[in-house]
Design a protein around this ligand. Structure first.
Ligand code: ZN
Ligand code: ZN
Length: 272
């Protein structure tokens, strides 16, 4: 069972539970390290934790950490969005997950890719001339440059662009062209040594039956000895460890012998 549960959202952003409720659920599930990764403020959508609210966010994480006395230990992280200003207050933040939820078009306008299938269609029509190839090309380019720029601890939901595409409703992600593009982006992130998350959040929310990233990407991560941490992207205490056990079997079936966990002293491997 997972020892660290470090991609979580609370009432500080779009989560339903308080930090204390999340910590209680973590204690009940035997989690050793609970990490909060609230959304950093996205200035284009007025969404996420504002820079001026970060002191309160850190203080509450610290209060909960002391309250729970190490069972679980509590880390205060952030899910850093690519639409967050560079001046965003990251002081005291113990780890960073970088995530891309929207893509700039050639005119510098932002298009959200994970809001709803309707919003995805709007994005491709309004920003990319109706071409999913142009959209996903821009997505991966911007993903890689964001990761290179920020050098986070964790690369968030690497192929989020496929969120609504499990039935290939929008584009065929089995196509060689798509795969090569995604793989070269993956290689660029692997070169930096950033840990990938196996993110089960979309399963919990009923959008997908499998986690991110896709099989062929996980196989490349395995081949190149890349590191994977299981995350649930939980937005409520009830879903804190949703699909975490299945995720281990899933990784084992691909051939992974080890998964990574995050503790106060950094990442460590755990045998599967
Ligand atoms: Zn996210
Ligand atoms: Zn998240």
């Amino acid at each position: 069972m997972m020892q660290s549960c470090i991609h979580t959202h609370t009432v500080f952003c779009d989560g339903k539970s308080t930090m204390e409720e999340m910590a209680s659920a973590a204690r009940n599930a035997g989690i050793k390290t609970l990490g909060f990764s609230g959304h950093s403020y996205d200035y284009t959508d007025d969404f996420g934790i504002k820079s001026e609210d970060m002191p309160a966010y850190r203080a509450e994480a610290e209060r909960v950490r002391q309250l729970f006395g190490g069972e679980p230990d509590v880390l205060c992280g952030i899910e850093l969005d690519n639409f967050t200003h560079d001046e965003f207050d990251l002081s005291g933040i113990e780890y960073v997950i970088c995530s891309v939820h929207g893509v700039f078009d050639a005119e510098g306008r932002k298009h959200v890719i994970d809001g709803s299938p309707k919003r995805l269609l709007q994005a491709v029509d309004e920003g990319f001339g109706g071409s999913f190839k142009r959209l996903y090309t821009a997505y991966y380019e911007q993903y890689v440059s964001f990761i290179k720029n920020k050098k986070p601890d964790i690369a968030g939901h690497f192929d989020l662009i496929t969120k609504y595409n499990e039935k290939f409703s929008f584009f065929d992600d089995r196509e060689e062209g798509y795969k090569q593009l995604a793989l070269s982006a993956l290689d660029a992130v692997l070169d930096l040594g950033v840990v990938f998350e196996l993110n089960t959040g979309a399963i919990a929310r009923g959008h997908r039956s499998l986690p991110y990233p896709a099989d062929f990407l996980l196989q490349r991560i395995l081949q190149r000895n890349g590191k994977v941490i299981i995350t649930t992207d939980a937005h409520s205490a009830e879903k804190l460890t949703y699909w975490a056990a299945e995720a281990e079997d899933y990784l084992k079936a691909i051939g992974f012998k080890e998964v990574y966990e995050l503790g106060r002293n950094g990442f460590y491997g755990r045998k599967l």
